[in-house]
Write a protein of this length. Structure first.
Length: 153
């Protein structure tokens, strides 16, 4: 097999920024695909096999995976990174990779209670910092207020 096309995938985003991108990630299968493709470039067959290992509910027809891959590609969340000629068949095997990195974080239910002392301490430090900056740059701030431009800040 000879490689027809290959390029490294580049991470372009760390946050879902559009409705289209959010819609492309409505299905858990799409999220699982993004997660796999953020680690390795994969073909549809490899994606299908990887999803089977991830969750038995994801063991669906390859056409379903193609649908999800197409949606993710159209939303700009994954990209085609390599094409290989298939021996004997004359076809081309396409490899996709994620162009984003999904980060998941949920705050603990008791976050406010547990971290209240830390938040208060940091809030006090931020207030002191802002007061110090305001004092240091009071002339510039007065100038901004008088000219109604805040571009200096």
């Amino acid at each position: 097999m000879s490689i027809v096309f290959e390029k490294p995938a580049t991470i372009k985003e760390l946050l879902i920024t559009t409705i289209g991108k959010a819609k492309a990630l409505e299905d858990p299968i799409s999220i699982a695909i993004i997660d796999m493709l953020s680690h390795y470039a994969m073909s549809i067959e490899q994606i299908t096999n990887g999803l089977k290992k991830t969750n038995k509910k994801f063991d669906k027809a390859p056409t379903s995976k193609r649908y999800h891959v197409e949606m993710l590609k159209n939303a700009g969340l994954i990209e085609l990174v390599k094409m290989k000629e298939v021996k004997g068949g004359g076809g081309v095997l396409k490899y996709y990779a994620s162009s984003i990195k999904l980060l998941s974080f949920e705050t603990p239910k008791d976050f406010e209670i547990t971290f209240k002392p830390a938040v208060e301490e940091i809030s006090n430090e931020v207030i002191k910092l802002i007061a110090g900056l305001a004092k240091k740059y009071s002339k510039e701030l007065k100038h901004c207020r008088s000219t109604k431009t805040m571009s200096v800040l």
